[in-house]
Write a protein that binds this ligand. Structure first.
Ligand code: G6P
Length: 611
């Protein structure tokens, strides 16, 4: 949520900042802006995408070898030019970019107004810019001290970078609950809210921790705490290639990521399942293995698509590992005084590893003494560092805002965890264990087969592109897939869509069904097949239009449904990994046909770092 980029060195900062902002646009795209320091401080900002900003700076002074840039997802104040970052202090001494929320900004703002400060924007960030300037001028301290003192007055979350016009040789960065990473070059440093803008320049990085402040000159980096205690920077090596964050010939990142799934799922289980399918090895869980096996209860926490993966996790873990599971939204968990016991395992699922509600829920669980395990995609992310143990999904960077390959990677990890626990606990016999591992290893090639039908899915999408409502139905393992399919459609095409347990349709949604209502039914061959056939008949009897996801060779439903989308057969425990693929593609095609901006849907952000 919001992207931050900064540069200090000998090169022109502008192209580095603009390039970085384009890479970060997936985090927010309400507005963008840059500040550049040469003999004077120039700040340019504009509502809309980074391309609008490029238009704005044409013919203007964009020189300078030090600068900061920001792409915004609005929290305080509507998206417009004035509320865009960077924010400059009233007397023009400081300019700042900020991710996160300053919770006590109204009281700080009132105090600054009483000291003669005035404000141009409605943002919390401008309050911080003025607070730093006020401390700097009245306290007669240097920029670094002013920033650190200001941060002691702030309640809330921030990842921020500050430039001071009177100390033009440095950037000052600080982090609390909102990620920041510093890239180390030769006589230059790069700053960003995630590594994507940095990887083309360097693979040596430092991730800031909470309460860290970095004072960065072109040839020197000093790391300390807000309280002025010096820290030793821990330099890490980035394991990310440029090709992984580019579109690679696809029209959209989302399409590329859908088509990457055979590879990404293989990356998720590579090295973790034995070549003879006899065992599963999850190295990241080694330190908590005993607790995990002994656990009476697992609480799964996630948001959005990660919550849907969590719901599948509940079905898998209860079914295979016979452990009681509850699935919670990060936001609800924290605010309802939940019962958490010391022998509980809390499983936090997050693609970005930065979702604020999930992070807060983790903190609560840790405070109550529970063991917290993370399932994250982004290596080095906050959640992966806050948890006691974890399993990376290794799906590679996911840029499209609508999550696709991260979801199937999360489900793959959950299936492996369930099998691993089921086997350790003696709930699954060796032969069945091995069969299911083999079945999992065949998922990538089965997805390849589904992807080959993409043209057929496009033709079906054309029939429904003007629909205004959709219903998605599934039973058992297919119910979370129905939720996920509906979410994909509404996120990127703005068509209202509901996911529902198929049997529950009779208790409400059936009233909505008429000839204008397309109903997507996940009707693969599993334990509830007969029941789902009856549900399809109920829809058809009310003239609803049925699009069914069926198992290859299906005849009965093909004769009833308006359209069918075939997927290869697999064990029902793993079916979600296949049945979700046509739903991702249908949502994608409908959104493209409707002219929607698939990779950057309105109002959404890739990682939601505010509560
Ligand atoms: C946002 C994204 C979703 C994502 C959710 C949770 O809403 O748009 O795609 O599922 O956050 O994000 P996480 O990074 O925690 O999985």
């Amino acid at each position: 949520m919001c992207g931050i980029v900064g540069y200090i060195g000998d090169k022109n900062a502008y192209p580095i900042l603009i390039n970085g902002l384009k890479r970060l646009e997936y985090r927010g795209y309400d507005s963008s802006g840059i500040s550049l320091l040469n003999s004077r401080l120039n700040c340019y900002k504009k509502k809309g995408k980074v391309s609008e900003l490029e238009g704005l700076v044409e013919g203007k002074d964009i020189s300078g070898t030090i600068g900061i840039g920001h792409t915004r997802w609005a929290t305080h104040g509507e998206p417009n030019d004035v509320n865009a970052h960077p924010h400059t202090s009233m007397n023009g001494t400081f300019t700042i970019i900020h991710n996160g929320i300053i919770e006590n900004y109204t009281s700080l703002r009132d105090r600054l107004i009483s000291r003669g400060y005035s404000f141009k924007s409605e943002t919390d960030t401008e309050v911080l810019a003025n607070l730093i300037e006020f401390i700097y001028s009245f306290g007669k301290v240097n920029a670094e001290i002013a920033v650190r003192l200001a941060l002691t007055k702030v309640i809330g979350a921030y990842g921020l970078v500050v430039m001071c016009a009177e100390e033009p040789d440095k950037l000052i960065a600080a982090r609390k609950s909102s990620p920041l990473v510093i890239g180390i070059g030769e006589g230059e440093y790069f700053l960003a809210s995630d590594a994507t803008p940095i990887i083309e320049y360097t693979d040596r990085v430092i991730y800031l921790n909470n309460d860290d402040v970095a004072i960065i000159k072109k040839d020197e980096l000093i790391l300390k705490t807000i309280q002025n205690n010096k820290l030793e920077p821990k330099i890490e090596k980035l394991n990310l290639g440029l090709s992984e964050i580019e579109k690679g010939g696809y029209d959209h990142f989302m399409l590329k990521e859908i088509f990457e799934q055979p590879r990404s799922i293989e990356d998720t289980f590579r090295g973790r399942i034995a070549a003879d399918y006899s065992s599963i090895h999850l190295g990241g869980l080694f330190s908590v293995e005993e607790k995990l096996i002994a656990a009476k209860r697992i609480i799964i926490i996630g948001c959005g698509t990660s919550w849907h993966a969590g719901l599948l996790g509940e079905y898998l873990l209860e079914d295979i590992a016979r452990v009681s599971v509850e699935v919670e939204y990060g936001s609800e968990f924290r605010y309802r005084n939940p019962l958490i016991f010391e022998d509980d395992i809390v499983l936090a699922i997050s693609q970005s590893g930065e979702t604020a509600d999930t992070l807060s829920a983790i903190q609560l669980a840790k405070d109550k003494g529970a063991t917290v395990i993370g399932i994250c995609n982004v290596v080095g992310s906050s959640i992966s560092r806050e948890t006691h143990a974890g399993v990376y999904t290794h799906a590679g960077p996911e840029i499209g805002v609508a999550s696709t390959k991260a979801f199937t990677a999360q489900v793959t990890v959950l299936a492996m965890m369930s099998l691993f626990m089921g086997s350790k606990k003696g709930h699954i016999e060796a032969k069945r264990y091995s069969e299911l591992i083999k079945e999992l290893s065949e998922i990538p090639s089965k997805i390849e087969k589904i992807l080959k039908q993409n043209d057929k899915f496009l033709q079906i999408a054309k029939k429904y592109q003007d629909a205004t409502n959709f219903l998605y139905l599934g039973r058992g393992y297919s119910f979370p897939v129905a939720l996920e399919g509906a979410l994909k459609l509404k996120e990127i095409s703005y068509i209202h869509a509901e996911g529902y347990p198929a049997a529950e349709m009779k208790h409400g949604p059936i009233a909505l069904i008429d000839k204008k209502m397309p109903v997507v039914v996940i009707a693969t061959r599993d334990d509830s097949y007969e029941k789902i056939v009856s549900n399809i008949q109920e829809v058809k009897a009310r003239k609803g239009s049925v699009i069914a996801i069926v198992t290859e060779g299906e005849e009965i439903i093909s004769g009833m449904a308006d359209y069918t989308m075939e997927i290869p057969s697999t064990d029902q425990k793993l079916m979600a990994l296949l049945s979700v693929i046509p739903l991702q593609l249908i949502a994608y095609h409908i959104a493209v046909l409707r002219g929607c901006h698939v990779d950057q849907p309105r109002n959404l952000a890739k990682s939601v770092t505010v509560e």
